[in-house]
Design a protein around this ligand. Structure first.
Ligand code: AMP
Ligand code: MG
Length: 488
């Protein structure tokens, strides 16, 4: 539910800034269902007034009136360094509908825009739109994207581009950075209000705990540990895991220079601006843990209401330590299911790690390898497994496949059932950068059909879709090298 903290310093009432002549770039019927928007045969809102609302040009649609749009203050650590106050610099929360907050990203300046223009460009808005919906369909907790509305309004980045507004939905957009904000101001009253709000609306079972704030911390941390395990399991790199981009609900939020791995490279860096590789693929779990430490630190004053400062720290430190175990369990369970195991053996971890090392060494396509692994049969001879041809070190991968088949036989795995199970966890289609890029380039020429096509495709990532076979192919090297930076 919407932010209801009492202080004017927390919340800035702000109207979206209108854009000239808005048009639909993308619309998600599936996200629209969440908030019960009636749609026409074209899959767009029946009431044309929605276009103006989602452009930031109006606050009224039918009997709905978004009468109190706001931006909120948060603070945070960017690239590991305390950045002080940030805030919704280009996100405006229109209001609540059907248990979801409706937020417009790129709808103009707010009190927290600092040097920014409050806008987002078409390119980054399309990426956020498609990826939010793709992640949801992959079963990964995420903010949803309802729409992208474009306008010819010019926006200056490295070059002049055009503006777009992405409408996002989430039960709450509260971030770790919101907690850090009040902790930094030493405003325990507001910090408590924020925690109580989150507990009441999103973590109600914490209310019955003797230590509601400690329990709240544990649950937020557990959700984010499981979230990052899910990212690792689909090869998703977020790109900017600053503490202000981490959701208090354990959702994937703030899509920017993200990227799915094409070929597997353990230290892949998707954000061109991240020169040190702080947010590389293999560092994501440890960085999420670090962000949970920021949250723990922000919550000390709340635990210190009932404990000495030292006890508060000890309790939070112990709770923080649970992150690694929860993450490891989630990661292991996910990778076991990716390999099609229905039981759990201690040696599995070694088997998974050997595979990942071999995939890294040979830069094997992450998505296609796991997808095609479901076709291996217990009666396969090693020579007949086509996947071995993707690896440079044949004896090594042959040994791996030999051990894999032994492992499957040991649990009397059934080929057909295993294939079915594996195809429900190993997607065929992901939002590869080159696919998003093709849709963006067409959209920049006012052809939005590829955005719609990708949305449709990615809403069923686990299904074989005969007409879309080409979308599953790994990109050729020239397209794999597309660079994505923080500029958006
Ligand atoms: P991000 O790296 O996108 O998570 O953004 C970090 C901070 O910068 C957040 O407080 C954003 O609201 C703000 N910000 C990013 N881009 C803009 C922009 N074009 N105008 C105003 N604020 C922005
Ligand atoms: Mg952000």
């Amino acid at each position: 539910m919407a932010f209801t903290l009492s202080g004017a310093d927390a919340i800035h009432p702000v109207l979206p800034s209108p854009v000239p002549a808005p048009y639909w770039v993308g619309f998600s019927p599936s996200a629209a269902k969440l908030i019960d928007i009636p749609l026409n045969a074209a899959g767009l809102p029946q009431d044309p007034a929605w276009l103006a609302v989602l452009a930031g040009n109006s606050l009224d649609v039918g009997s709905l009136q978004f009468s109190h749009p706001i931006a909120t203050a948060y603070s945070g650590h960017q690239f590991g360094v305390w950045a002080g106050q940030l805030g919704d610099g280009r996100a405006i929360l229109l209001g609540d509908i059907a248990g979801q907050e409706l937020q417009l990203k790129g709808a103009g300046k707010t009190r927290y825009s600092r040097m920014g223009d409050g806008r987002a460009v078409l390119r980054s808005s399309i990426r956020e739109f498609l990826c939010s919906e793709a992640m949801h369909s992959l079963g990964i907790p995420t903010s949803r994207a309802l729409s992208v509305v474009g306008s010819d309004l010019a926006v200056r980045r490295e070059a002049v581009e055009t503006a777009a507004i992405c409408a996002r939905l989430a039960p709450s957009f509260i971030r770790i950075g919101h907690f850090e904000h009040y902790a930094a101001l030493q405003n325990v009253e507001r910090l408590k209000e924020l925690a109580d709000l989150l507990v009441k609306d999103h973590y109600p079972d914490c209310q019955s705990s003797n230590e509601p704030y400690l329990e709240l911390f544990k649950q937020i941390s557990a959700r984010n540990a499981k979230l990052v395990a899910q990212w690792q399991a689909v090869g998703f790199c977020h790109g900017v895991l600053n503490s202000d981009n981490i959701s208090a609900l354990g959702l994937t939020i703030d899509y920017g220079p993200f990227g799915f791995l094409d070929h597997f490279q353990i230290d892949h860096i998707c954000n061109h601006s991240d020169q040190g590789g702080r947010y590389a693929y293999h560092r994501q779990p440890q960085i999420m843990h670090w962000n949970m430490a920021c949250l723990a630190s922000a919550l000390i004053p709340l635990l210190a209401l009932n404990h000495s400062e030292e006890e508060a720290q000890t309790l939070l430190k112990e709770a923080l330590d649970e992150f690694s175990t929860i993450y490891a369990q989630a990661w292991q369970a996910l990778f076991r299911s990716k390999l099609g195991f229905s039981s759990s053996e201690d040696d599995d971890i070694q088997l998974i790690e050997r595979l990942l090392q071999a995939m890294h060494d040979s830069r094997v396509d992450f998505t296609n390898f796991f997808r095609n692994l479901s076709s291996v049969s217990l009666s396969s001879t090693i020579d007949s497994i086509a996947l071995r041809n993707d690896f440079i070190d044949r004896p090594l991968i042959d040994q791996w496949f030999t051990d894999y088949l032994v492992r499957l036989r040991a649990e009397s795995s059934d080929d057909l059932q295993r294939k079915h199970r594996m195809n429900l966890v190993n997607p065929k289609y992901i939002l590869r950068n080159h696919l998003a890029q093709a849709a963006i380039e067409q959209a920049q020429k006012k052809d939005f059909s590829e955005v719609a096509r990708l949305l449709k495709l990615l809403q069923n990532p686990f299904d074989e879709q005969a007409q879309f076979q080409a979308y599953a192919i790994a990109p050729p090297p020239n397209l794999a090298a597309i660079e994505v930076s923080c500029s958006s």
